[in-house]
Write a protein that binds this ligand. Structure first.
Ligand SMILES: C[S@@+](CC[C@H](N)C(=O)[O-])C[C@H]1O[C@@H](n2cnc3c(N)ncnc32)[C@H](O)[C@@H]1O
Length: 168
């Protein structure tokens, strides 16, 4: 019986500890996922990077839409669930277990995130270096105007390609 209690405590710990590094687990709704894809304007075959991929719902939707996708997840239980859920999209989806603040991000064409207000400045700093479009569910980047908004998802184009397109 003790092993069961230890397992439950381990699981609870894995979910609770994440709040010290980013947002706790809360899945994005289907319409917001589609809004993010529309805003990012990825072409088939291009790669989406998801920071905190949870149970792999967004990664699976990306593969269904014809994109490649890489998800980074800190919670080992969720990383395992995401990996199992996306196993059928062989070659198109990768799940990395780790803390996205402490690793270099794999190459991608757009970033998806559902984070928390308190981490958005830190994300801004990383995105300025990464230079790709960012779709952020619910939360805005402080002191920066979103390039577009749809269904509660905000687009920030750190690649500046859109502003170039608009001005030409
Ligand atoms: C709000 S949930 C979003 C889940 C998924 N992206 C979705 O939209 O359905 C945030 C996820 O990020 C993970 N997370 C939080 N901080 C993290 C970090 N520093 N590195 C990797 N994953 C993190 C959490 O475990 C959780 O699964």
């Amino acid at each position: 019986m003790e092993w069961l209690l230890a397992l439950v405590l381990l699981c609870l710990g894995a979910f609770a500890a994440v709040i010290f590094f980013g947002a706790p687990y809360l899945p994005t709704l289907g319409p917001q996922i589609q809004a993010a894809f529309a805003l990012l304007e990825l072409k088939p075959g291009q790669t989406l990077l998801e920071l905190g991929c949870g149970d792999g719902k967004v990664l699976a939707a990306a593969a269904e839409a014809g994109y490649k996708a890489v998800g980074i997840e800190l919670n080992p239980i969720l990383a395992l669930v995401a990996w199992a859920r996306t196993r059928k999209y062989k070659g198109a989806v990768r799940v990395l277990w780790g803390n996205y603040w402490r690793m270099s991000w794999p190459k991608a064409d757009g970033v998806f995130v559902f984070l928390l207000d308190s981490y958005m400045s830190k994300l801004d700093t990383r995105m300025r270096l990464y230079k790709k479009p960012l779709a952020s569910v619910t939360f805005r980047i402080p002191n920066r105007t979103a390039d577009a908004e749809k269904a509660g998802v905000f687009l920030y184009d750190y690649s500046f390609k859109r502003s170039l397109r608009r001005s030409s």
